[in-house]
Design a protein around this ligand. Structure first.
Ligand code: NDP
Length: 385
């Protein structure tokens, strides 16, 4: 029996994780579930799984959660510190599925308990990758990647022989606008941007997929997680989203992981690791699929790719600035305050305006993150670059 905590239990990844956990009650017992403010979904999940603790990050939502879980054995709490307390309960297995850098402190709190910490939440790795990997090494925690591309790489990569790896190939669907002209992309609405052709995901990552910033964040994430320098990580558009990434070896062998576009596949890999567990997905029908296509991404229409590669090359504070400015710009786009192409413009502008020293501590990263958000926020208010 493995104990499980899910940070961000009400989101897209969180509910996929719960689905797998609830299908195997003989294998998993839930310790804590957290959300921002979706009380209805959180309380229902806590009741179904008889969770020990349920937490809302937004303290204003705590009275509603308390009422919803009155009479149950679930302990309730609210506020960002309570999310960290839930993460620090010491579950055997913790899923980090909060969206954005808001997940950084909770992920670190889980890592400090030394169990298995699974990262879907990529933004903390982008902003504070060295701090996270150092904490995992210090505390004896096992980090597993749930992001489908990184999970694919993890399955294909011989980490003990980094010299044998020629390159990593990160696959990208290209998002809903992969065939659109740049001029048409200027008028994209939030509803169009969140309608991903292959994956069902939360709003923020859906917009990131549409701008291809998601792939840029993943490039940085891959360089943090695997012993391969960023210049040997290539991005290829693969519109079917069947191959989730590949590792190319010096002898000419290329290993790929294939699977349905359903996050329950990589999450199940992490839940059962190093074993395997069954999932409810139908096997891939290769004959029905017929073909797999690959093409190069267009750096002109998808400016976020060049911005993230430059941030990855330069290192230091650049990835944290990139990520923070992007979080602000995506939120502004979703709120209808800026246009689609202005997301990358704001990220670029923030990177140009702010050049602090490399942050070496958690507090320094959080300072860079806050300052980059302030600068990006000003650009949003000013009506953009
Ligand atoms: P969602 O928006 O669907 O869910 C986000 C979760 O985080 C919700 O539980 C939400 O609670 C909670 N949350 C939001 N803000 C805060 C906050 N300030 N403090 C604490 N909790 C908060 O996101 P996804 O599930 O799509 O994505 C989660 C992470 O996983 C992201 O980093 C994303 O990049 C990554 N990822 C997602 C994939 C996907 O298929 N969705 C694939 C690969 C990676 P509430 O519901 O109450 O708002």
């Amino acid at each position: 029996m493995r104990t499980v905590t899910i940070l961000g239990a009400t989101g897209s990844v969180g509910t996929s994780t719960l689905d797998l956990v609830e299908r195997a009650p003989d294998r998993f017992r839930v310790r804590a579930l957290t959300a921002n403010c979706d009380v209805a979904r959180l309380a229902a999940a806590a009741i179904r799984t008889d969770a020990e603790m349920a937490v809302v990050a937004d303290e204003a939502c705590l009275p509603e959660l308390r009422a919803a879980l009155a009479g149950t054995r679930t302990h309730v709490a609210g506020g960002p510190a309570a999310v960290c307390e839930a993460a620090a309960l010491g579950a055997d297995w913790t899923m980090g599925a909060i969206v954005g850098c808001a997940g950084l402190k909770p992920v670190l709190a889980a890592i400090e308990q030394g169990g298995t910490v699974v990262l879907a939440n990529k933004e903390p790795l982008v902003s504070a990758g060295d701090i996270i990997t150092a904490a995992a090494a210090r505390c004896g925690a096992t980090l597993l990647p749930a992001d489908s591309e990184h999970n694919a790489i993890f399955q294909c990569l011989d980490a003990a022989r980094p010299d044998s790896i020629r390159r990593i190939v990160l696959t990208a669907s290209g998002g809903p606008f992969r065939d659109w002209a740049l001029g048409d992309m200027a008028a994209v609405t939030p509803a169009q941007a969140v309608a991903h052709p292959n994956w069902s995901m939360g709003a923020k990552i859906s917009v990131d997929s549409a701008t291809m910033m998601n792939k840029g964040l993943e490039l940085i994430e891959a360089a943090r997680l695997f012993p391969v320098p960023v210049e040997r990580i290539e991005i290829v558009i693969h519109r079917q989203s069947v191959i989730h990434s590949m590792v190319d070896y010096i002898d000419g062998s290329m290993l790929a992981q294939l699977g349905p576009s359903d996050m329950r596949v990589p999450i199940a890999h992490c839940l059962a690791w190093p074993e395997r567990m069954a999932t409810p997905m139908a096997p891939l029908d290769l004959v029905a699929l017929g073909r797999l296509d690959f093409e190069s991404p267009d750096p002109v229409r998808f400016r976020a790719l060049a911005l993230s590669r430059a941030a990855a090359d330069e290192g230091g504070a650049r990835p944290a600035i990139l990520n923070a400015a992007n979080e602000v710009a995506v939120a502004a786009f979703l709120a209808g305050n800026i246009g689609f192409l202005e997301i990358a413009a704001i990220v670029d502008d923030t990177l140009q305006r702010y050049a602090p020293a490399a942050p070496e501590t958690l507090d320094a990263v959080l300072h860079v993150d806050a300052e980059a958000r302030r600068i990006a926020g000003e650009r949003v208010k000013d009506g953009v670059a």
